[in-house]
Design a protein around this ligand. Structure first.
Ligand code: SRM
Ligand code: SF4
Length: 547
């Protein structure tokens, strides 16, 4: 029996290459788009949202939009950062949100502002094209806070992959930039008319540096550097992804598999082989089973490897993968060119001014006055790059005047992540970002009780099981499960991001979670080895002893 295609598949096919009626609705009086266009808007980097909170009166809870940038590797020049900042002021309620894929989001936008935003981004050579939707999304890249020449080589690779997988449809410039419709037959050589069955995520890094959480991506490349200092090849990863649905065993987070090593010249054929295998074998009849990870899970890694070899006309080489590490970029570092970088901790990536501290103003002023470039990190922080040593004291003084501290409040906060969840995310079951500080404070008390702060675990929290803050790859993952503030608890990921945690408890409130972790930390304190982090301890004693 032939299975029915998902509705979104039909919408994509009939969309005239992602145009739908977006242009017409933009010009109309309506404040929002209907279902088909809402789906297509994602391919243009936009989500139509409704405010989900009690803070705003009902009449102000109308439709608004969230925009997400296409920013390969999270790299922005001083000018580009300043434009995002100004757009946040003009249209986004005075806030920016750094994302877990090194991008920027603005929330609360009204329909009338969208075109101006796109045009302003275009002027600084940026866009939101393909930042969401069933295409290759923002390509993430290892952080470079020391001016490493090797990591710098990845800039070109991230840009290359990002450009190669940009859709060819001219819908974006026609709708948002008022460019004229060309009289050409438009084709999507990679995506074809129905685009991919689902979103597709790529990360690039150097072997040994897992600042991109490579195992959680659909596809990843870890470069090896040859004796001549150039990239000689890549370890290739495929089939990672985290989204799942509670109580549906057929959906699950999955760690990517290493397919093997390839020579540098084979990067694009292999990348295309993997993306087109997803295009052709991804399940278009069920969006909950449509990610690349299910192709690998169902057909097997060996089958997938052979399929990519056939498509790319290469053979994967078997090599030993070096160990992973996650570098700590927070604080001050000296770059190879003698300038300094400052790894700036921003809690859950929310950049705004509050009565207590002028974080957004401070960043804007420093980045623009000292002409600093920045890199957004996959841990929702910001690295300020290119600071002259003679400016360090002036910058610190100014931050002090604005009551802004670039340091994280405690080691527990360093790598903690939370997704936006309420009030903007339509899929949120519980709070996340807004609760994170209090949750961390509770965990801090517990860690201090057992004198374990020197081994503070990586804690990540989300408002639903989709996993936007990658909780399953953390040492402790808190995953929104039910309204009333109830979370599922995951344990057993490690600091280097090489493992997936297991669920050890369901539907726990925050106070219940803290109570549950007291004996876990006690056991870790009593039975853990001196330098043993929580994830490694759980692995050694077995996660089943905590269920
Ligand atoms: Fe995500 C959907 C926010 C990274 C898995 N994600 C959403 C939406 C757009 C909700 C929606 O569909 O209506 C959220 C918007 C909330 C808001 O108000 O801003 C949202 N995701 C985010 C961000 C902003 C979280 C953050 O704290 O930074 C991240 C934006 C990244 C970017 O710049 O591109 C973000 N999302 C992720 C990640 C982590 C990653 O990629 O490293 C994941 C897990 C990895 C993965 O893809 O498997 C992730 N988001 C999802 C899913 C589940 C996909 C699945 O396979 O089931 C959804 C829901 C969906 O696609 O149906 C989702
Ligand atoms: Fe929304 Fe769920 Fe993603 Fe959080 S994890 S932003 S609640 S989709």
């Amino acid at each position: 029996m032939e299975e029915t295609l998902e509705k979104v598949e039909i919408i994509k096919q009939n969309s005239n290459h992602l145009r739908g009626t977006i242009k017409e609705v933009l010009e109309s009086d309506s404040d929002s788009f209907e279902e088909d266009d809402k789906q297509l808007l994602k391919f243009h980097g936009l989500y139509q949202q409704k405010w989900r909170g009690k803070e705003l009166p009902k009449e102000q809870q109308g439709h608004s939009f969230m925009i997400r940038g296409r920013i390969p590797g999270g790299r922005l020049t001083s000018e580009q950062y300043s434009v995002w900042d100004a757009l946040g002021d003009k249209y986004g309620g005075g806030a920016l949100r750094l994302t877990t894929r090194q991008s920027v989001q603005l929330h609360g936008l009204l329909k009338g502002s969208l075109k101006d935003i796109m045009k302003q981004l275009y002027k600084i050579s940026l866009s939101s094209m393909g930042a969401c939707g069933d295409v290759v999304r923002n390509v993430t890249q290892a952080v470079n806070f020391t001016g490493s020449k090797e990591i710098h080589k990845l800039d070109e690779i991230a840009n290359l992959l990002s450009d190669h997988f940009k859709y060819k449809s001219r819908s974006y410039p026609e709708i948002w930039l008022d460019e004229e419709k060309l009289d050409i037959i438009e084709e999507e050589p990679i995506y074809k008319d129905a685009y991919l069955p689902r979103k597709f995520k790529i990360a690039v890094t150097l072997t040994g540096n897992n600042s991109v959480d490579i195992y959680t991506n659909d596809m990843g490349f870890a470069a090896t550097i040859g004796k001549n200092g150039e990239i000689e090849g890549y370890f290739v990863f495929a089939g990672g992804g985290l989204g799942m649905t509670h109580n549906k065993a057929a959906t699950f987070p999955r760690k990517a598999d290493c397919l093997g090593w390839i020579e540098a010249k084979d990067l694009i054929p292999v990348a295309e082989g993997i993306v087109t295998a997803h295009r052709d074998y991804g399940d278009r009849t069920n969006r909950k089973h449509a990610r690349l990870k299910y192709v690998l899970a169902d057909k097997g890694v060996d089958w997938f490897r052979a399929e990519v070899e056939k498509r790319a006309n290469i053979k994967f080489i078997n090599k030993e993968l070096p160990e992973w590490n996650t570098p700590n970029y927070l604080g001050w570092h000296t770059s190879t060119d003698g300038t300094l970088s400052l790894g700036f901790h921003t809690l859950a990536g929310r950049i705004k001014d509050t009565p207590e501290k002028s974080l957004k103003s401070a960043l804007k002023e420093i980045i623009s006055n000292y002409k600093l470039s920045v890199q957004i990190t996959a841990d929702q922080d910001l690295i300020l790059i290119g600071i002259q040593p003679s400016d360090k004291e002036k910058i610190l003084k100014r931050l002090n005047e604005l009551h802004v501290n670039p340091e994280s409040p405690s080691p527990l906060f360093n790598r903690a992540l939370a997704c936006p969840a309420l009030p903007t995310c339509a899929l949120a079951l519980t709070e996340s970002e807004r609760f994170l500080p209090d949750v961390l404070k509770e965990f801090k008390v517990l860690l201090d009780k057992y004198d374990l702060m020197n081994k503070a675990p990586v804690i990540r929290m989300t408002g639903c099981p989709n996993g936007c803050a990658r909780p399953y790859a953390a040492e402790i993952g808190l995953v929104g499960q039910q309204n009333g503030g109830k979370y599922a608890i995951y344990l057993g990921g490690d600091k280097e991001g090489t493992k997936m945690g297991s669920r050890i408890a369901d539907k726990k409130t925050i106070p219940e979670i803290v109570t549950l972790f007291d004996p876990i930390f006690k056991k870790w304190k009593e039975e853990g080895k001196e330098d043993e982090y929580l994830g490694d301890f759980v692995e050694r004693v077995g996660v089943s002893s905590f269920e």
